[in-house]
Design a protein around this ligand. Structure first.
Ligand code: DC
Length: 228
């Protein structure tokens, strides 16, 4: 019997819980989890290290050609390599996240990563999360989810996360940051964040992680995913 290839695209704004949910669902299903935000973050880190101003589209577009991004999976975890160096930990700062939001608006940056993203989904069952997976990267994905939550819920989750790591932070500033990031991600011309027409909308504001994971599994099953 031929192996079933099934692709689940999860898009949504920053802090909606996409990576936690996608990682859990991928673990349950035995799918490969692909975090595309990490790729934009690696490009952002490269620019910051090179001293390139994120707002300088020409310089970023030129520099991106020197940034070779590769992905490997160790024990189900995605590791992201920038020119051969594992930068999986270093990309998780607010500065890198905000820079990623700026440089991801540039068509040259998006074009640089598109092939890599599609290759990772070629011939394998994946759960891929990002902003444009259902609309641009995998328009034929069997299941598309648009996962969102209110800005205040997302800010509170981020606040708790940072506090647990012992990082000083201010809830209002975090919420403001989230609103600005949403604005940048949805208003850019190149592959903006938006719900694909055929995506299932999941508002996780008042849902537990397990409830969201189950909602995604149910959507996939209703689209033909066979689970043992
Ligand atoms: O999901 P994240 O916070 O790690 O993503 C960082 C930034 O990368 C986000 O603000 C927008 C950009 N991004 C994108 O433009 N397209 C994607 N598919 C994933 C992320």
């Amino acid at each position: 019997m031929e192996k079933q290839i099934f692709r689940i695209a999860i898009d949504g704004p920053a802090g909606a819980g996409k990576s936690t949910i996608a990682r859990m669902a991928a673990g349950k299903l035995g799918f490969i989890y692909v975090d595309t935000g990490a790729m934009y973050r690696a490009i952002a880190l490269f620019c910051l290290r090179q001293g390139i101003l994120p707002k300088d589209e020409e310089a970023v577009s030129l520099a991106v050609k020197e940034a070779q991004i590769t992905i490997s999976h160790v024990g189900g975890e995605q590791r992201i390599m920038l020119n051969g160096e594992d930068v999986s930990g270093q990309i998780r700062t607010e500065e890198v996240g905000n820079t990623a939001s700026t440089v991801s608006a540039y068509p040259a940056v998006r074009a640089h990563l598109l092939g890599l993203q599609r290759n990772l989904a070629a011939g394998a069952s994946v759960i891929m999360d990002g902003r444009d997976i259902g609309t641009c990267v995998l328009p034929d994905a069997e299941t598309k989810i648009f996962l969102t939550a209110s800005p205040s819920v997302r800010a509170m989750r981020r606040f708790k996360e940072l506090k647990e790591k012992g990082i000083m932070c201010n809830l209002q500033e975090i919420e403001q940051d989230i609103i600005e990031r949403d604005q940048r991600d949805t208003s850019r011309a190149a592959a903006p964040l938006k719900q694909a027409e055929d995506a299932v909308l999941v508002d996780g504001s008042d849902m537990t992680i397990d409830q969201v994971v189950n909602a995604i599994m149910d959507a996939a099953i209703s689209h033909g995913l066979k689970v043992k």
